[in-house]
Design a protein. Structure first.
Length: 451
């Protein structure tokens, strides 16, 4: 929703109302239904949203945005016709308005009645799509990770400054009340000076097998699915979810799930860029097409004598510290643990529980698409409030980029020497040509992102 001083949608409609010649019988502008006309009249109250990528997580996001009282999902963009149809049917039931199918999201960006683009396509599309949206004058809700590689993250930061649009990354725990309170307690010294944050994610995923090159399904626009990525043949074990485990399109478990908890760790420790990054692991559990690690340990050291670790186990869901996902802060006076939900616990140095803050909102561990629907609405509303100028983003792109970069550096270390020395001023890799080759990527000709 963007207020424009001249020729705004609202001004246009007001002028049209004053001119009886512009109205058809019933007072509705030509080409508009009564329902769509009503939604435009409420443009300053309702945000018009388009969602790009609506299979799995994207379907959950679209449904949740549709449930927000100040939001109308108008456009659904997906390269899979089946996914788009399913989403449109669900959203019509939720919001009593049928979104328009716009398979190519770039066409949706041309629409004047679109305020916000929600990007939930695969990782290789995140930054390029967000850049195109901001260039088209749209605000963006960008699923984590914000980029496929560090260079794309830098482009996003620069583009946001250039175009001035609101860009929020989907590390939604920054908007959960009890999680924010836990971080506030850390900053206020409840455990003394925190010096170490241990994060983890566990799951019991299954092998993906060895894919076979085969004909592209009739329901899929594979060329548009690849978009900015250099072209590769279609294989039968790639789409929809398994692209996460291929470096060409995905970023592995570290960015897929590690981003959330590493972001909380960085927030709690109040650190930005590391001085040293190490990673070890590999595809230990699976012997198939997985390229990214199914088992990984990332360690990040900072100049203020603090440290973050992330443990990822994709193939063995045994809990750590009683939870499938979480972060523990260790400090001079005790520790504080946040698991996957909106709760936290504080312990003394004697390991005795000192305080426990619980939330009744259910966290559905292992739910790949929508583990925390009700809580995520807080993040959406923060986005809307920021667009109206009434709030500061809980996760602007500068913060989102820093947290994404930490885990990307871990992956770069994993794919090269295992250890990187980095500049604490900006996170850039020092004196490692092989590692710097992974700072960016190559693109399909004509699809190169720019600002």
């Amino acid at each position: 929703m963007e207020k424009q001083p001249v020729n705004s949608r609202r001004d246009f409609v007001k002028k049209a109302i004053l001119s009886s010649a512009a109205l058809t019988v019933g007072g509705v502008l030509p080409g508009f239904t009564a329902r769509s006309y009503k939604s435009i009249l409420g443009a300053n109250e309702k945000f018009n949203v388009g969602v790009m990528g609506v299979n799995s997580r994207g379907l959950a996001l679209a449904s949740n945005f549709a449930k927000q009282p100040n939001c109308l999902v108008r456009y659904i963009s997906d390269v899979d016709q089946r996914a788009a149809d399913k989403c449109i049917t669900r959203l019509e039931t939720i919001q009593h308005f049928k979104p328009v199918a716009q398979p190519d999201f770039r066409k949706a960006l041309e629409k004047k009645d679109l305020d916000v683009l929600v990007v939930a396509a695969p990782d290789h599309w995140h930054a390029p799509a967000a850049l195109l949206a901001m260039q088209a004058g749209k605000h963006v809700y960008l699923e984590k990770p914000c980029s496929h590689n560090p260079r794309e993250g830098e482009l996003l930061v620069a583009a946001q400054k250039k175009y001035g649009k609101v860009l929020q990354m989907g590390n939604q725990r920054r908007s959960w009340p009890n999680v924010a309170q836990a971080i506030k307690e850390i900053h206020e010294g409840v455990i003394g000076k925190p010096y170490f944050a241990k994060t983890w994610y566990t799951n019991s995923r299954k092998p993906i097998g060895t894919g076979k090159v085969t004909a592209v399904p009739t329901w899929l626009n594979y060329d548009l699915w690849q978009g900015p990525a250099p072209r590769k043949p279609y294989k039968d074990n790639l789409i929809h979810y398994n692209w996460h485990w291929f470096w060409h399109w995905g970023t592995g478990e570290a960015l897929n799930n590690g981003t959330h908890m590493v972001d909380l760790a960085r927030w709690g420790l109040q650190v930005d860029y590391p001085t040293k990054v190490q990673s070890s692991g590999g595809t230990f559990a699976f012997s198939d097409d997985w390229e990214t690690p199914d088992t990984q340990m990332i360690s990040l050291e900072f100049a203020d004598k603090s440290m973050i670790t992330w443990e990822g186990r994709s193939a063995n869901g045994k809990y750590n510290e009683g939870a499938s996902v979480g972060v523990i802060f260790y400090g001079e006076k005790g520790s504080l643990q946040i698991n996957g939900g909106n709760s936290y616990s504080i312990y003394g140095l004697d390991n005795k529980l000192q305080k426990e803050v619980k939330d009744t909102t259910e966290f559905k561990a292992g739910d790949l698409s929508n583990p925390t629907e009700k809580l995520d609405g807080f993040h959406f509303q923060n986005l809307f409030d920021a667009i109206k100028g009434n709030a500061t983003l809980h996760s602007d792109i500068q913060e989102g980029y820093k947290s994404t970069l930490l885990v990307q550096l871990g992956n770069i270390a994993q794919r090269t020497s295992g250890m990187l020395v980095t500049d604490p001023a900006n996170g850039h890799i020092r004196s490692d040509a092989a590692a710097m080759k992974l700072w960016g990527r190559s693109y399909e000709k004509g699809w190169e992102p720019h600002i």
